[in-house]
Unconditional design. Structure first.
Length: 221
């Protein structure tokens, strides 16, 4: 089999790939922000010590962490429209699904981050008249985010890799862009190889940035 990459040009990239790359980045950023926000709430619920908060949060996290992401994507895409009575676009479905799913993983990261903050600081906050919410907002969460920032970003890199799974519901992501280009130019093998290289370059570069950030945080400590 002869490989021919001569068809690859800026017109191919801008016409097929760029649109998918932009959606993959958009999906990653939205799911990261929404997942961290929801995950932080879930983490606080699990650490609250109140059963009526701990049990539903634990059920949510443990259930989603036990199911393959592609199954959650398919369930949401196929079943939710039946429940709401109208179709939902693949892109919107992917955004909501990823946010909900990733929150379970970010929750565990944030829970570890919150637990890494010495309890003595919380007690000191209470001693000066702070409420639980104030202690969390002003003392615990800022330190938890800093402690867990490299892990949060590493999870985000994994999230970017997982965006390729939206291919299962027909969303136009980076992988879909390469697939369409391969079909149009009858070069599917070449485009999948290039797609793998692009994913590797993006994820490896981000991993190096996370490693440098981790070293800086370690120096600050």
């Amino acid at each position: 089999m002869n490989l021919d990459f001569a068809f690859l040009s800026w017109s191919v990239v801008s016409g097929f790939v760029l649109k998918g790359l932009l959606f993959s980045i958009q999906l990653t950023l939205i799911a990261m922000i929404g997942g961290i926000a929801l995950g932080t709430v879930l983490a606080l619920m699990r650490l609250s010590g109140k059963k009526w908060l701990v049990l539903p949060a634990a059920f949510y996290v443990n259930t989603l962490r036990s199911i393959p992401l592609v199954m959650v994507i398919l369930w949401f895409f196929l079943l939710i429209p039946l429940l709401i009575g109208r179709p939902m676009g693949a892109e919107l479905s992917a955004i909501i699904t990823f946010t909900i799913f990733e929150a379970a993983y970010y929750s565990e990261i944030m829970r570890a981050g919150i637990q890494s903050v010495p309890k003595g600081q919380v007690h000191a906050g209470y001693a000066v008249g702070m409420t639980y919410a104030q202690c969390m907002q002003l003392i615990v969460l800022p330190q938890a985010f800093r402690n867990m920032l490299p892990v949060l970003l590493t999870q985000t890199i994994i999230l970017f890799q997982d965006t390729s799974l939206v291919y299962a519901i027909g969303a136009y992501d980076l992988l879909k862009g390469f697939e369409v280009a391969g079909k149009n130019f009858n070069r599917p093998v070449e485009t999948y190889l290039v797609a793998a290289v692009v994913y590797f370059i993006i994820c490896f570069s981000l991993s190096m940035l996370v490693r440098r950030l981790q070293k800086k945080i370690a120096i600050i400590r």
